[in-house]
Design a protein around this ligand. Structure first.
Ligand SMILES: Nc1ncnc2c1ncn2[C@@H]1O[C@H](COP(=O)(O)OP(=O)(O)OP(=O)(O)O)[C@@H](O)[C@H]1O
Ligand SMILES: [Mg+2]
Length: 479
């Protein structure tokens, strides 16, 4: 066979001859470049090994070639996968094989007869000691792998729930009941609607429900409907198909529904959803299907939704500002968070935990609450609930050097009611004027307390940002 080509310089031109030449060249190449080759027959017996393979025999426990050849490959080469290739007929082009002889980069190729039946397998040891031969490649791969792992971890960290049920402080009957309901909600997949005044812990509880659910290892993705400009909402929710826009977004972008796939989507301030988006949101919730902007295809998602609002959604439905069908879709498992004034027995535990957290975050020394301090706090109405309590404690801690906070440390603070109740006043002006004055001064104090941050001020006032802007515009017009 060899002299058929060796005498002729010209390349063959017919297909069969080219194939034969290529096959033989490749076989010669592998047999000279590789570290060893073996052939296994249809029954899985070793029928041949080449010269270079022979040097592995001692390490495999054989002194003579005759003891090795003729044996089932599984008996003489630990961890071999040759019989898999026999069974499946599929090659394993690159694999790592480790056994007592070492670690090898190997390749396994099925051999077929003219009918296409697998009649054997050729095994090739491409490299022995891959740790030295392939070192640069493996090092590069390991680096890439490490970068990928780090990025994945950082991303998962960002999307992990920040709080658990243990973070929700309170052992009053109202607090226990709300935790019981939330725990029950965590066990299922139904939509949860968290209702309650501002600062009552709705966001905290949403995190805790996710952390207590079977979806804990998947993403927790939040969207704040009050903070998102209406024009961006659709893209933010449903994503953008590749090529929908020119420029930076040409490659397309995943929406929050997609990012939350398999996990939890937290729709915060759901009462602020513009009426125009409500129908689309309803459809996505009902069908668990989304249509990215500029796409003609629908995509399935698997998302558990937790929604929260401090607004009276029923009233909004009655006023025509919130779709009734969306309300019912969300109102599957309503959980009402009690205002702080209805669970004053939790004040002490809450204050302890908040003071600890304040000390930790600010670097200030830890303050302790005295009984008189606690009594002063208990007399308050707390319209801003736990958030307001936290702010009050933080202010008191900043304004004093005392290690123990007493009633005096809270007197006169923003939002604290006076210690001595003032006698009832007769109305000095018409009611609408009094209301307007009260509104104006409340807005001013809220803006002062939040250092002009309108989103935070609106929260403190329990109104939407849009309403605050309207009122501010009105205040400018009427000096
Ligand atoms: N039960 C609680 N135990 C401990 N901390 C709480 C509790 N409830 C609320 N907080 C704290 O109070 C602050 C406000 O809570 P959160 O943001 O969850 O309120 P919210 O109901 O979402 O308010 P808003 O309607 O204004 O968005 C957070 O700092 C939160 O950690
Ligand atoms: Mg919130």
């Amino acid at each position: 066979m060899s002299d058929q080509w060796s005498d002729q310089a010209a390349l063959p031109s017919d297909g069969d001859a080219i194939l034969r030449l290529a096959a033989r060249s490749m076989f010669d190449l592998f047999s000279s470049m590789s570290e060893g080759m073996m052939l296994v027959d249809r029954a899985g017996r070793v029928v041949w090994i080449n010269d270079s393979y022979k040097r592995f025999l001692p390490a495999l426990g054989f002194e003579r070639e005759e003891d090795f050849v003729g044996k089932p490959v599984g008996e003489v080469v630990p961890n071999t996968q040759m019989h898999h290739v026999l069974e499946t007929g599929k090659p394993i082009l690159i694999d790592l094989l480790t056994n007592r002889a070492g670690t090898f980069v190997v390749s396994r190729i099925p051999l077929r007869d003219d009918q296409g039946e697998v009649i054997g397998v050729l095994g090739i040891v491409l490299f022995d000691q891959p740790e030295t031969t392939l070192k640069p490649l493996i090092a590069k791969f390991a680096n890439l792998q490490r970068d990928l792992d780090d990025t994945r971890k950082a991303l998962a960290e960002q999307r992990r729930a920040k709080y658990t049920f243990a973070s929700f402080i309170g052992s009053s009957p109202a607090a226990i009941e709300v935790k019981r309901q939330a725990r029950r909600a965590a066990q299922g997949n139904s939509t949860v609607l968290l209702l309650g005044e501002t600062g009552t812990g709705k966001e905290l509880l949403a995190h805790a429900i996710h952390a207590g659910s079977a979806r804990v290892n998947k993403a927790f993705v939040s969207v704040n409907l009050a903070a998102l400009p209406e024009s961006l909402m659709e893209a933010e929710f449903f994503g953008v198909a590749p090529g929908a826009y020119t420029g930076a977004d040409r490659r397309g972008r995943d929406g929050r529904f997609k990012l939350a796939d398999g996990g939890t989507l937290f729709l915060d301030e759901i009462g602020d959803t513009p009426i125009g988006l409500q129908a689309k949101l309803l459809r996505a919730l009902q069908e668990q299907e989304i249509e990215p902007l500029g796409s003609t295809k629908m995509f399935k998602v698997d998302v558990r939704v937790i929604a929260a609002t401090s607004r009276d959604l029923k009233q909004m439905v009655a006023d025509g500002r919130f779709r009734e069908d969306l309300f019912y879709r969300l109102n599957v498992l309503p959980v009402r968070l009690p205002p702080l004034r209805e669970r004053l027995s939790d004040l002490e535990a809450l204050a302890d935990s908040l003071l600890e957290n304040i000390a930790l975050r600010s670097g200030m020394p830890l303050r302790e609450l005295t009984p008189s301090g606690l009594a002063a706090l208990s007399g308050n109405h707390w319209p801003g609930n736990v958030r307001e309590l936290r702010n009050t404690l933080e202010q008191a801690a900043m304004l004093t050097d005392h290690a123990r906070l007493t009633a005096d440390d809270f007197a006169g603070l923003q939002g604290m009611s006076a210690t001595t109740p003032s006698p009832p006043l007769l109305p000095s002006r018409p009611l609408p004027q009094l209301i307007a004055e009260l509104e104006r001064s409340s807005i001013q104090s809220a803006l002062e307390a939040t250092k002009g941050n309108k989103v935070a001020a609106a929260k403190l006032l329990g109104i939407s940002r849009a309403t605050l802007y309207e009122k501010l515009a009105g205040m400018k017009r009427v000096p």
